[in-house]
Design a protein around this ligand. Structure first.
Ligand SMILES: Cc1ncc(C[n+]2csc(CCOP(=O)(O)OP(=O)(O)O)c2C)c(N)n1
Length: 559
């Protein structure tokens, strides 16, 4: 009970968002949740109205990924919800906190397969931490608060909360719930002593950083620890912002097509200290870096959630702690007087630099590696880069340098179409920072419609569309497995610069590497959302690789 005036359940919901400190929501409107839209009308919450729910959900996921607080998305019943599934799955595989509020049919008709009805628990049950429904208006604040609590704690992830229309319009006497808080888990003295003892005996240890629940302070604390212990540090798949790539202890990232020298180093490590990540499929190179379930290396697995510790990997030492608390607990540890691995961090960094400093030659007039190096040299240190999925992202990973915490966002699920909506969300949140999306031609058109959202909100994002006239990644797999038999991977593309102009943005075409810098500067000078249509040779399939060579190798193997 409360002495507040009676409110509709929709108003209670929006008030609870305010209690939770939500400043931005992303949506595609629907008649199923009009009362919520109306309740948002006079609040200090910025609404970003999107063109497709997949885009809106990705924007919310990106907010969760960057801030650690759940990103919030509203979509309509059935078709709105199924479109939004794109972002929900990304949030699950990225351990990003987000909440998807979806409309639902009236309680009185539920179960009749009413118009746009969907069983959300069944549809989203396997890709969320919780898929609930508010069937009692008096419990609105409690369940919204629970949605926040669930999404952001332990291993963060998505929550879906369904809102029957008749619940939203009911007037209730319902108090706001207290704001859900981040619950920290800490490593105890015995675990830290065990870690110290392990490192004292180690000969070739390495640190792997991943997952979520990090902040700037934790990043700095881990950097100090690496310096004091002289440890090489690698980042996991799409976790580039967790360590400064220019730091002399940085060893590179374990993503798709990583540096073979780094792989060899991890394979040879006698102690692997993994902080924050699950040690996912991609990071562990298809579960091949260590033995499942019992790695031969001494694995110290630090993760914010006990269930994960031992689920795939049985660690030598399991530590149920958030990276934030664990990083702080590293400060008092004492390194060995003369570490047996002395020199390993510098050697690893030399290998990283050798792998990524200079662009590899590639066929055609445009070298994407040199473009990434131009961005590396010319973007401000606090720039934010986003990308979707496709081989083009390999150049970002290898040649760009993410210098700040939160400076890069990618879909840990390998989902195409991520870059543009993530860039829109980042520019909405960070108006003063330069935001650049790197997309493939296939990747871009999966959510390119959100370029209209950038135009609507005057967001000067710069989108690179790397056009190789192909779903190149799949073509690469085709050439490996079925050489010369190209099926369903060629693309006939529009003029993406004209597309940008048609939406009210700036567009330019880049057909030679040297044209890129001036085109980028013209895009920035325009102050408009921009698309740079970068034309790449189809044969230039990844840094240092061509389709021609892959096909020839595959054919040679067969004969
Ligand atoms: C949503 C989604 N659909 C399909 C795929 C499978 N897939 C992975 S990469 C790729 C091709 C990407 O093409 P493009 O964006 O042009 O980049 P390129 O690989 O040519 O650099 C496809 C179809 C995926 N990862 N995500």
């Amino acid at each position: 009970m409360t002495d507040k005036p009676l409110r509709t359940a929709a108003e209670v919901l929006v008030d609870q968002l305010v209690v939770q400190g939500v400043r931005h929501v992303f949506c595609v409107p629907g008649e199923s949740y009009l009362p919520v839209l109306d309740a948002l009308h006079d609040r200090d919450i910025a609404i970003t109205v999107c063109r497709q729910e997949g885009g809106a959900a990705i924007m919310a996921e990106a907010v969760g990924k960057q801030t650690g607080a759940p990103g919030v998305c509203f979509v309509t019943r059935g078709p709105g919800a199924t479109n939004a599934a794109h972002g929900v799955h990304i949030a699950q595989q990225s351990s990003s906190p987000m909440i998807l509020f979806v409309g639902q049919v009236d309680r009185a008709v539920k179960g009749r397969d009413a118009w746009q009805e969907l069983d959300y628990a069944a549809v989203f049950g396997s890709m969320t931490k919780w898929a609930g429904e508010v069937d009692d208006p008096a419990r609105m604040s409690e369940l919204v608060s629970r949605a926040f609590h669930t999404a952001m704690n332990g291993q963060p992830g998505p929550v879906v909360l369904a809102l029957p229309h008749d619940v939203l319009i009911e007037t209730v006497n319902c108090a706001d719930a207290p704001s859900a808080q981040l619950v920290e888990t800490s490593s105890g003295a015995p675990e830290m002593a065990a870690l110290e003892a392990l490192l004292a005996q180690a000969t070739s240890p390495i640190v792997l950083l991943g997952g979520s629940r990090w902040d700037e302070t934790a990043r700095e604390a881990v950097t100090r620890f690496a310096e004091r212990f002289e440890l090489p540090v690698a980042t996991g798949f799409r976790r580039l912002p967790l360590f400064d790539p220019q730091h002399p202890n940085y060893a590179g990232d374990l993503g798709l097509s990583p540096n073979p020298a780094l792989l060899a180093r991890v394979r040879a490590a006698d102690v692997v200290l993994s902080i924050g990540g699950r040690l996912s499929d991609v990071t562990t190179q298809g579960y091949s870096l260590f033995e499942v379930p019992a790695p031969k290396t001494k694995l110290v697995h630090v993760f914010p959630g006990a269930e994960e510790l031992g689920r795939v990997w049985r660690p030598h030492l399991a530590i149920n702690a958030t990276p934030t608390r664990f990083a702080a607990a590293l400060e008092p540890l004492t390194p060995p007087a003369t570490p047996a691995w002395r020199g390993a961090a510098q050697a690893a960094h030399v290998e990283y630099v050798a792998w990524s400093e200079v662009a590899t030659p590639q066929p055609g007039e445009v070298n994407l590696g040199e473009i990434m190096i131009w961005l590396r040299d010319n973007l401000p240190e606090d720039a934010i880069l986003t990308n979707g999925a496709g081989n083009f992202a390999a150049w970002v990973n290898r040649f760009y340098r993410v210098r700040r915490f939160g400076g890069h966002l990618g879909p840990n699920s390998g989902s195409m179409g991520y870059g543009v909506p993530a860039a829109v969300a980042m520019q909405r949140l960070n108006p003063g920072r330069r935001v650049v999306a790197v997309s493939g031609d296939g990747d871009f058109l999966m959510n390119g419609q959100e370029f209209a959202t950038a135009v609507q909100y005057d967001l000067p994002i710069v989108v690179l569309v790397c056009d190789n006239a192909s779903y190149g990644t799949i073509r690469m797999h085709q050439e490996r497995d079925y050489p010369g038999r190209v099926v369903a991977t060629d693309l006939k593309n529009p003029d993406f610069a004209a597309y940008a102009r048609a939406f009210g943005g700036f567009g330019a075409t880049v057909e030679r590497t040297a044209e890129f810098g001036p085109a980028f500067e013209a895009a920035v000078a325009s102050g408009l959302p921009s698309i740079l249509h970068v034309k790449i040779d189809t044969d230039a399939i990844s840094p240092g690789q061509t389709l021609t060579a892959i096909r020839a190798q595959a054919l040679a193997k067969r004969s």
